[in-house]
Design a protein around this ligand. Structure first.
Ligand code: PEP
Ligand code: MG
Length: 880
């Protein structure tokens, strides 16, 4: 379907796409929008099936709609008088900022440019439009390499001694047009048609094709957006922000999308066009300056902003152009925002009665909340920055410098933290941003695409940092007399815009009042409990601060990984006799007991699930490769004596413990069965700690969880051990402690025999990390590196099953376990403690299984609280 903006009010929104809907709404609100029409999203599949070419009936529809625009504007496309130029832009039903292409000034040619110059009396402007069109067409339609296009203007720019075309005078602008035409001619990619309709047809085809450009594909994958073609196309009369000094182009958000403050936020560039603000090449001016230079226009813009915010009941990002003191609105959409802003906006709008509390909860995206819990530069530490740019996306990040997307991706694969440094921001950078921990650019503003995308991803971004000179070829940047090379470490602070050399101490931010309020609203709505996975007293305190209602997983082996405990643990493993082993275990027990006491105290009576030792023992020893090298070196040096003997002994122990497939080997409950004294030590420590706290008036609720259970007999054996030790300790302390016993369900056989397990369990906790590993047969350590990303690229899997639960397979096992377990024991408690625990879709699924609680890392607790509320609200909305 093809619809004129002024007839689109009643058309289904999904057909119009977000951009089309915004334009149609603005027209029906009586705002000033240049006339145009939309090719709806349902056509896009047909175009795609037709090899990317518009079928004849669609093209005929375009021609008819174009006539209407000619009437509305009083201009003629390709006309010898008052020529109409058009823009072709793309839209879809999900926000994909800048991911698809736009072509401006279509319909200009050697003859039209002269008419335009005559009509306006401004030849420089007419040729500026022409050169922009040539650049767009060359890149997007003819697919000529961007560097080749840039190189074409280089000679003229150099002789004029300027950096960008915007700075050229009329004569030079004409020279650039000639140079661009020559470049196109020599490219062998076909020419640029003179006939405006031929230009239009080719432009629409190219914009459709941009649905599948690499950055759009990456973006959709990152945000789990369906790959099926779903673009709408907007064809609209051009307005000219580059016409004269009373003209400008800009962007305005109705509230600050970085902080959420109720102040207008945006920038503009005078005598500029289209996406100049977004590209970040030119230094934009603040809206305050717009108020000073064009007060009437600024007032109109403010009024339009208020109207649109009230209409959508959400903060809007509005793209505008001023043509000779006349304001035109080109786009309105929900502002992409930082998590901090999202929270403030949601809470403020609910307080302002613009939205309900439940609507406020649905307004905050759980995934971006990660950034609020982000690290920031520790303000107590005095450090000197080397440069300062625009604070474009908050949070601080530290990493080694890379200069291109490929290096960023390679480093990310090797789990290295990198900061992507670029001369200016382009939408291509989305891939690099996904791989990097932060981005630093020399040019660009807060609304440049890279900043918008970084904010959405919750990654720190410093943009417009003019003090750095980036040389991507030499893989270095200079700031003052310092040269920073690829691989060097820097720290960026996206909250203040500062850049530091080396690593700077960081701190996590506190919860804001608005965030606390929002979370309190969540707690009134949600049905599911939220616990934390933590294994230190410090983390337990943090978890409490974030609102955890208990600890759902304390991985006790993590407690042995500190500098003072590891040697004792190693000595225990190296022991020759049980007696020797028990000696070391006693020492470890005392250390663990104090931690357990501190954890109980921190949790103030909330349940704490202690998982008995799970990791294979060799994980505590020096890795085999390292040891082999050390021994070989010592041998080569002819070393002898105690040191050599100790190393040899260690090597032989490591070799003895080595397994072909340790993830499926001697770990989990198998360890405790083979070495009962290890479990004994841990159980003594837990129950003694509990009795100690209880004796001092504290409340304790320990839960003992057995990892990697596959057979009920394993569980029976261990339940016996737990009960015996618990009874003995309680008797010794003369205190009664309530405790629970449960199984970590992380092996398919455990899920399938849940009825038997439930008989001797008070609770099941789904260990979805291992359950995913064992259900798919994917090694959780290797899959992502080796083949999983390929699977995602190829669409074999839609989601990474280690991030979001595989409902069909892993989820089915969970459903069986939950159902069968509760058939035997009605009040069997169900929890989930794999990494999936803090993820929205997993929480939605868990809610459908009536899981009692999710347990996730302390930092994810607020996210899980929000997600658990959102799934309840979504369910309610669905059933209405
Ligand atoms: C799990 O497997 O999901 C789990 C919680 O245990 P771990 O990640 O420690 O193996
Ligand atoms: Mg596990």
């Amino acid at each position: 379907m093809i619809v004129n903006f002024n007839q689109a009010a009643d058309v289904e929104r999904t057909l119009l796409g977000l951009k089309g809907t915004g334009l149609a709404d603005m027209v029906s609100l009586g705002l000033s929008v240049p006339p145009g029409f939309i090719i709806t999203t349902d056509v896009s599949g047909r175009v795609h099936d037709n090899g990317g070419i518009m079928p004849d009936d669609v093209w005929q529809g375009v021609l008819d709609a174009l006539k209407q625009v000619e009437q509305q504007t009083g201009r003629t496309f390709g006309g010898a008088q008052s020529p109409l130029l058009l823009s072709v832009r793309s839209g879809s039903n999900v926000l994909m900022p800048g991911m698809m292409d736009t072509i401006l000034n279509i319909g200009i040619s050697d003859s039209v440019v002269e008419t335009l110059a005559r009509d306006t009396g401004n030849t420089r402007y007419a040729y500026d439009c022409y050169r922009r069109f040539l650049q767009f067409y060359a890149e997007i339609v003819l697919q000529i390499d961007k560097r080749t296009i840039q190189a074409a203007s280089r000679g003229v720019l150099n002789s004029a001694n300027v950096e960008y075309e915007d700075e050229l005078d009329e004569a030079r602008m004409k020279e650039v047009v000639d140079a661009l035409k020559k470049m196109v001619e020599e490219s062998g990619r076909g020419g640029i048609p003179e006939a405006p309709l031929d230009q239009l047809r080719a432009a629409v085809r190219a914009v459709y094709a941009s649905w599948n450009n690499p950055r759009a594909i990456t973006y959709r994958r990152l945000y789990r957006i369906a790959m099926e073609h779903g673009a709408s196309i907007t064809i609209q009369a051009m307005v000219y922000g580059n016409l004269n000094e009373n003209s400008a182009t800009g962007m305005m958000n109705t509230r600050d999308p970085t902080t959420g403050e109720k102040t207008l936020y945006g920038e503009f560039i005078s005598q500029a066009q289209g996406e100049d603000v977004l590209s970040g090449r030119l230094a934009p001016l603040s809206l305050k300056q717009l108020g000073e230079t064009m007060p009437v226009v600024f007032d109109q813009l403010k009024k339009a902003g208020r109207m649109l915010e009230e209409h959508y009941r959400d903060v809007q990002e509005i793209e505008f152009t001023v043509q000779d003191n006349e304001l035109f609105l080109l786009q309105t959409r929900k502002s992409p925002r930082t998590a901090r802003a999202a929270i403030k906006i949601a809470v403020d709008m609910a307080r302002e009665d613009l939205i309900s509390r439940e609507q406020a909860l649905m307004m905050v995206n759980t995934e971006t909340l990660n950034q609020i819990l982000h690290q920031n530069i520790d303000s107590n530490v005095a450090v000197k920055s080397v440069a300062r740019g625009v604070p474009a996306s908050p949070g601080a990040a530290c990493g080694s410098v890379v200069f291109d997307i490929e290096s960023a991706e390679r480093s990310a694969e090797m789990k290295q933290q990198v900061i992507l440094v670029r001369p200016e921001t382009t939408t291509e950078d989305v891939r690099g941003l996904a791989a990097a921990v932060g981005v630093l650019t020399r040019r660009g503003g807060r609304t440049s695409h890279a900043a918008v995308v970084a904010r959405g991803m919750g990654k720190p971004c410093v943009a417009g940092c003019e003090a750095i000179i980036v040389n991507t070829e030499a893989r270095e940047f200079t700031v003052g007399d310092v040269t920073v090379r690829e691989g060097d470490i820097i720290t960026i602070d996206g909250s203040s815009g500062r850049v530091f050399l080396g690593k700077v101490p960081m701190r996590r931010s506190q919860l804001t009042d608005e965030f606390r309020e929002l979370l309190a609203w969540c707690d009134q709505v949600r049905a599911m409990g939220v616990r934390a996975n933590t294994d230190s007293p410090e983390d337990a305190k943090l978890a409490m601060e974030f609102g955890a209602e208990g600890i759902g997983l304390c991985r006790t082996e993590q407690m042995f990984q500190t500098a003072d405990r590891l040697p004792v643990m190693r000595a225990m493993i190296m022991s020759h006799t049980e007696r020797e082993r028990r000696e070391h275990l006693k020492e470890l027990s005392a250390m663990q007991q104090q931690d357990f006491i501190d954890i109980f105290n921190a949790m103030q009576g909330r349940p704490v699930t202690f998982r008995l030792l799970d990791a294979p023992l060799h994980e505590f020893l020096i890795p085999l490769d390292t040891l082999l090298m050390e021994v070989a070196l010592l041998r080569a040096q002819g070393a002898r004596g105690r040191e050599m003997e100790a190393k040899e002994e260690l090597l032989s122990k490591v070799l003895q413990l080595k397994e072909t497939n340790p993830m499926m080997g001697l770990r989990g409950c198998r360890l405790g069965i083979l070495f009962p004294e290890i479990n004994e030590m841990q159980l003594n420590a837990i129950f003694e700690a509990a009795c100690n706290v209880a004796r001092n008036g504290g409340e304790v609720n320990p839960e003992i969880m057995i990892p990697l259970v596959g057979h009920v007999n394993e569980l029976k054996l261990l339940r016996g051990q737990v009960d015996t030790i618990a009874a003995k300790v309680m008797e010794r302390y003369r205190v009664e402690i309530p405790y629970k016993f449960g199984a970590l369900i992380e092996i398919p056989r455990a899920a399938l025999t849940a009825a038997k397990l439930a008989d001797i369990c008070d609770f099941f906790s789904f260990g979805t990390n291992d359950l995913t590993q064992t259900t798919f047969g994917f090694s959780r350590d290797d899959a992502e590196r080796k083949f999983l990303l390929h699977y995602l690229d190829q669409g074999i899997l839609n989601n990474n099953p280690f991030e979001t639960i595989d409902v069909e397979g892993v989820g089915r096992l969970m459903a069986i376990a939950g159902h069968d377990g509760r058939q035997v024991k009605e009040d069997l408690v169900l929890g989930i403690c794999g990494e999936h625990g803090g993820e929205l879709e997993t929480i939605r699924f868990c809610q459908s299984l009536a899981v009692n609680y999710v347990s996730c890392s302390a930092f994810q607790v607020p996210i899980a609280r929000l997600a658990a509320a959102q799934v309840v609200i979504a369910q309610k909305l669905k059933s209405q």
